[in-house]
Design a protein. Structure first.
Ligand code: GLN
Length: 240
């Protein structure tokens, strides 16, 4: 279906990279797009398949190291297309495993190096302990709340902007207090949860960026976020 206000959302590798409810990010963008008067259309990219055209937003999730190995060859093949969409300001949100592979590489605990596509000037090395638990961030979109579970510790080049500062939790690497990375409208983060249902301000920002790019304006409607607000209150009180 195609209307003047259609937003085409691409989910990358839904079978291999989709853990801790990351699919909820796609569902949230679909539902909120509808609430704001847009028509969402969701398409998928699977390893070895042609990369879909006319994409307005891209969502990718986390996965085990083995899942990352399954998509590595294909990701390198579609890397140029992802770079040109990133340079063309397509909003993207990449969680955990795909965040790592949007950097230069992830070196796993087994000593394997899984190459990434380098949209983020960042590299990731497996650390001695998994970083697990509830996490809150201070970001330009207010307080962002989620859940992290990763062995990889990510270090950003000095020129790369983080997504936020860690208020509670580990974040990129436990050391520099940064979480995630940003390039144009591309956001990488370790936050599962799912991320977007509990963080509607950030979800709407992604929709705003997509609508501005496609229609030169974003027309938002009133949305009742009382359930999301309650979820945020509960999540914020959870122990690490
Ligand atoms: N396998 C990666 C790691 O452990 C990513 C984990 C994830 O996506 N949750 O660091």
């Amino acid at each position: 279906m195609s209307t003047a206000k259609t937003l085409r959302i691409l989910q990358l590798y839904p079978n291999e990279m989709n853990i801790y409810g990351d699919r909820g990010n796609v569902l949230t963008l679909m539902r909120r797009a509808e609430w704001h008067g847009y028509t969402p259309e969701v398409v998928y990219h699977h390893p070895g398949k042609p990369f879909p055209k006319d994409i307005d937003m891209i969502v990718g999730g986390g996965g085990q190291d083995s899942g990352q190995e399954k998509v590595e060859d294909d990701l390198l093949k579609i890397g140029d297309q992802l770079h040109s969409l990133a340079d063309g300001n397509v909003p993207m949100v990449m969680v955990c495993g795909l965040y790592q592979l949007f950097g230069r590489f992830f070196k796993t605990a087994d000593g394997k190096t899984i190459p990434g596509i380098g949209i983020f000037g960042a590299e990731t090395h497996a650390g001695p302990t998994r970083l697990i638990g509830n996490i809150t961030l201070d970001t330009p979109f207010g307080e962002v709340i989620g859940y992290e579970n990763h062995s990889g510790q990510t270090f950003l080049d000095a020129s790369v902007k983080p997504f936020g500062k860690v208020l509670k939790g580990a974040g990129n690497n436990q050391k520099d207090n940064f979480e995630g990375a940003v390039y144009n409208n591309v956001y990488g983060t370790y936050l599962h949860g799912s991320l977007l249902p509990k963080n509607p301000v950030f979800a709407d920002e992604l929709l705003r960026q997509a609508a501005l790019r496609k229609f030169s304006e974003f027309t938002s409607l009133e949305v009742d976020d009382s359930l999301a607000d309650q979820a945020r209150l509960v999540a914020r009180k959870r122990p690490r």
